[in-house]
Design a protein around this ligand. Sequence first.
Ligand SMILES: Nc1ncnc2c1ncn2[C@@H]1O[C@H](COP(=O)(O)OP(=O)(O)OP(=O)(O)O)[C@@H](O)[C@H]1O
Ligand SMILES: [Mg+2]
Length: 207
Amino acid sequence: MADPIPAAKGAEAELLPSCFLGRDVLIKVRRPKRYRAAELDEELRSSRMKNEARLMREARKAGVRTPVVYDIDLKEFSITMEKVRGERVKELLDRDPDAAAEICGAIGRAVADLHNSGISHGDLTTSNMIMTNEGAICMIDLSMGKTKAELEDLGVDMHLLERAFNSAHPDLADGFRECMRSYIERKKEPEKLLRKLEEIKNRGRYT
Ligand SMILES: Nc1ncnc2c1ncn2[C@@H]1O[C@H](COP(=O)(O)OP(=O)(O)OP(=O)(O)O)[C@@H](O)[C@H]1O
Ligand SMILES: [Mg+2]
């Protein structure tokens, strides 16, 4: 078995490459956190895992590319999912900044499709998106997402995405703006979202 994909610092989960019915898959396992009381720990691992599998399904129904879920194991707290072929958007933007406008346009459209069907992502960063070999933006890591998202949740998604661009891609001056442009073009009732986003930003400024 190959080395697991290194988990980000502080991350909850580990991703182990494996094989399922002849397909390359990743098993996302949530290991126990010893600093949490056992009961709470199991509850959190279980609910995040179930939520993530559900969100991947609902997002796909909304026309947003997500990994296919093959299996979930309620005892191991693991999801067996399609290993998506492509490159993480974070590395892709660093490697090919000339393609940024096109990539960011695609990000904005994918997020708008998600939001238009009432789904929030919950951790919208360029580390949680893969540009597939077929040229689609695939959303991953949806464990904090909601299917009955409020305007607030959608605003928080966009606020988080802006911050992710500022911290992970400080040299890509127009990256987030391009995401926003294509997002607004596609989003239903974009004015409401823009007002909410302003409100969220102001809150952060004064508290
Ligand atoms: N289905 C997939 N196909 C290909 N690569 C994946 C897939 N799922 C995850 N990865 C890779 O593994 C990394 C970590 O996965 P993920 O973002 O789901 O976990 P995490 O950030 O540790 O999770 P969490 O925030 O839920 O604790 C991703 O950034 C990506 O590089
Ligand atoms: Mg992640």
